[in-house]
Design a protein around this ligand. Structure first.
Ligand SMILES: *Cc1c(COP(=O)(O)O)cnc(C)c1O
Length: 339
């Protein structure tokens, strides 16, 4: 790979030069290793393969106009991976090891960081899994932490556009007191079938209702949901929603812009009163929602009639992107800068 066509990048695996790995054995983390192969040799009885003892993260680095590379909210991702590890009884990756590994993976693959003008970025994928052999169900005593990076295109190639979501009660993503609040692969396995159903019907994702009562808004596919009404940013409070770092940042920025912010249960009926709605996460920052169709009842909730995103969604999106690329001051110290 010599010449990278930055304009044709999508969100798909691209091999870069190096990945970094660290093994946990005998109760401690070893040295960071650098690998150029993207293959991993793993015991066939690893708990990560059989019992879902696996968690991951996703963050991005951006090249600014000034040539500096900014990693967005790295410490938050480190904390969240530690929470995921605790949740499914894996060895925790210390925050300093996490940061060192992210920085190393980026520096070693510097030539893959997209230039500022492209609107693209470098996606960073940390992964932690049980590698110790167990056949009886119990936590492994060996773990592998690794990170690969890949350049990804701007999420909205054809402009910042609303997409449609679908509600169905046929599937749950996570149990009420289950693992929805941590970033484990099992949640994704559980959402594949409903996600495919949504895609087949022409929707971007399933907007899940709470698994217990099917009354409240929960997670929006692989992203958090938020709505805007009466100058207020509202996002669900739920044990089974993954605490999105993008959402946390948007709550802060919305407050700075003079909006009220609320994190509370949202009844399905309430979304009828929302002026705007969106899904948020690292991949897209914000995916404005045009319409939500409840395919079980036939009811539709429309937020955009003209195919354009709402004004608040657009303002929040531009503000967060500007901070990530270094176009606007990083007042909260969210970026880790690589000189
Ligand atoms: C990762 C993830 C998000 C988004 O989190 P960010 O930190 O904003 O990227 C939202 N929901 C689910 C289920 C996720 O796995």
């Amino acid at each position: 790979m010599n010449e990278i066509d930055w304009s044709s990048l999508s969100f798909s695996y691209t091999k870069t030069d190096y990945n970094v790995r660290c093994y946990y054995r005998d109760g401690k983390w070893g040295e960071l290793e650098v690998h150029s192969s993207d293959q991993v040799s793993i015991h066939m009885a690893a708990t990560g393969l059989h019992y879902g003892q696996e968690a991951f993260e996703g963050l991005k680095a951006f090249k600014g106009k000034d040539g500096k590379v900014r990693i967005f909210r790295l410490e938050e991702n480190a904390k969240r991976l530690a929470k995921s590890a605790e949740g499914i009884m894996m060895a925790e990756v210390p925050a300093d090891l996490f940061a060192e590994a992210v920085l190393k993976a980026i520096k070693l693959n510097e030539r893959f960081i997209p230039p500022y003008e492209t609107g693209a970025s470098l996606y960073i994928r940390p992964l932690l899994m049980g590698t110790g052999a167990k056949v009886g169900v119990s936590p492994a005593d060996e773990y592998l932490f690794m990170i690969f990076v890949m350049p990804v295109g701007p999420y909205f190639k054809a402009g910042f556009k609303p997409t449609n979501m679908m509600i169905t009660r046929q599937f749950d993503r996570a149990a009420p007191q289950g693992t929805g609040h941590i970033k484990v692969g099992g949640n994704y396995a559980a959402s594949l079938r409903s996600g495919e159903m949504a895609h087949e019907k022409g929707y971007s994702a399933v907007l899940f209702l709470d698994s217990k009562e099917k009354k409240y808004i929960d997670e929006c596919g692989p992203a958090n949901f938020f709505g805007i009404k009466n100058n207020t940013y509202i996002t669900p409070e739920s044990h089974s929603v993954l605490p999105s770092i993008t959402n946390k940042s948007l709550v802060q920025l919305a407050g700075d812009m003079g909006l009220k912010t609320e994190r509370r249960p949202i009844l399905l009926e309430e979304i009828e009163t929302f002026e705007e709605a969106g899904a948020c996460g690292t991949a897209a920052v914000i995916s404005p929602i045009g319409q939500i169709d409840d395919i079980d009842t036939g009811k539709s909730y429309v937020f955009s009639k003209d195919g354009k995103p709402g004004a608040v969604c657009e303002k929040l999106y531009n503000k967060l992107r500007a901070i990530q690329y270094g176009d606007e001051p990083d007042t909260y110290g969210w970026n880790t800068i690589i000189e």
